[in-house]
Design a protein around this ligand. Structure first.
Ligand code: FAD
Ligand code: DHB
Length: 387
């Protein structure tokens, strides 16, 4: 059996790539390690750039996005007692949409059968072979049975811990770990504010976000040594209350947590996004700290480039796109890395920083509050730089 493209991973990158290829009639197969339920319920990102929503519109996979996505015309940067509203619509003519990664993956998985996109869930021992030759292949086992598919191209959309990056081998790698994590809580309570608030408070960073008018998503900066056991729900709500009471329109409403998690923050880029017939996209090649909401959006822009390149190569034998993929993707990746790093530095309390560094943050936020140029620079990055 020969399939033009085998995609490893059914996260946002793999699913979007699969649909983009199917929309041009190209056969492909997605191999995923987890169950369908696990993939659909993994709580992660929440904010989509128009570069991402445009892909969903173009694919006609936007019915629920149009009905349930919350279009946000602005967001806020805050210090303890002061809000700076970044008016995305006025500054850029664009906006962002609150629509969870869970919903994006649900929509893409639900539409897969009718579009002829085959997804194999619960594949074990996924391995990539012969990427330097003309006919690479992917093997896996399922229910104890071995499978082996030959293809023209392999797309590694298997996230940070998947096998694709390892199959490329050594390559230039750039990394920055941050000395704190984000504790996240999801609850069916109304958001405390109509727009997102990223706050740099004396107790550390906090983010007020949402999934719908009745579902809130909050994050707080916590030391890397903290465990979930250190954070009973009442403590999380007390902390959110303290950080947002002076800023938000409404008091923080408490409710039972649907999910609680702690994630470390890191910046990471593996620049060798192609070797032979294997291509990396999304978290397989890069990680951004979540400040700025770029992770999922960057996965979407990678696969938009990669889909164009693979379509040209497969349908017309035109290899300019696949040869240029890495350079084209990295240009946008590094700018998103820069913005995510910048916003992380501006909005968090770093344990190693003293009073001087904090004054620098306050001065910068003061400048942002007064300067249309600074606000525009932040806004155009937040809504997403052009493809
Ligand atoms: P993934 O979503 O990781 O998808 C990779 C897929 O490959 C997964 O389904 C995985 O099961 C599969 N896979 C892995 N190994 C194998 C294997 N061996 N064989 C087969 N399949 C395999 N971004 C934000 O913007 N805001 C956030 O709040 C936010 N929170 C996050 C919280 C966490 C805990 C994590 C890990 C990420 C978060 N992100 C967030 C980042 C964002 O979710 C990712 O950037 C996005 O999911 C990237 O999509 P992807 O498809 O590249 O990778
Ligand atoms: C969310 C996550 C982010 O990383 C971010 O910058 C904004 C919102 C969220 O999960 O809602």
């Amino acid at each position: 059996r020969l399939t033009p493209v085998v995609i490893i991973g059914s996260g946002p990158a793999g699913l979007l790539l699969g649909h983009l290829l199917r929309a041009q009639g190209i056969e492909c197969l997605i191999i995923e390690r987890q169950t369908r339920d696990y993939v659909q319920n993994r709580i992660r990102a929440g904010v989509l750039e128009t570069t991402t929503t445009d892909l969903l519109h173009r694919l006609g996979l936007d019915a629920r996005l149009n009905a349930e996505g919350m279009v946000e015309h602005g967001f806020n940067l805050a210090t303890d007692d002061r809000m700076i509203r970044i008016d995305l619509a006025a500054l850029t003519g664009r906006n962002v949409t609150v629509y969870g990664q869970t919903e994006v993956t649900r929509d893409l998985i639900a539409a897969a059968p009718e579009r002829g996109l085959e997804i194999v869930f619960e594949a074990r021992n996924v391995a990539i072979h012969d990427i330097d030759g003309d006919t690479p292949s992917v093997s896996w086992t399922q229910d104890g049975v071995s499978h082996h598919v030959h293809c023209a191209f392999v797309a590694g959309c298997d996230g940070f811990h998947g096998p694709a990056r390892a199959a490329i081998g050594e390559g230039p790698t750039f990394e920055r770990a941050y000395p704190f994590g984000w504790l996240g809580i999801l609850a069916d309570v109304p958001p405390c504010h109509p727009e997102l608030i990223y706050a740099n408070t004396q107790d550390g960073f906090a983010l007020a976000s949402m999934r719908s008018p009745v579902r809130s998503r909050y994050y707080i900066q916590v030391p890397l040594t903290d465990r979930l056991e250190d954070w009973p729900e009442a403590r999380v709500w007390d902390e959110l209350d303290r950080r947002f009471a002076p800023l938000a329109d409404h008091a923080v409403t408490r409710g039972p947590a649907l999910q609680l998690s702690i994630a470390p923050l890191r910046s990471y880029v593996f620049e060798t996004m192609r070797r032979g017939r294997l291509f990396l996209a999304g978290d397989a090649a890069h990680i951004v700290p979540p400040t700025g909401a770029k992770g999922l959006n960057l996965a979407a822009s990678d696969v938009s480039y990669l889909a164009d390149a693979l379509i040209a190569a497969i349908s017309r034998g035109d290899t300019v796109g696949i040869d240029g993929y890495q350079a084209r993707a990295l240009t946008r990746i590094w700018k998103a890395e820069r913005f995510s790093w910048y916003l992380t530095k501006l909005m968090h309390r770093f344990p190693e920083d003293g009073a001087f560094e904090h004054r620098m943050q306050v001065a910068e936020l003061d400048y942002v509050a007064e300067s249309g140029a600074m606000q525009t620079a932040i806004a155009e990055n937040y809504v997403g730089l052009p493809l």
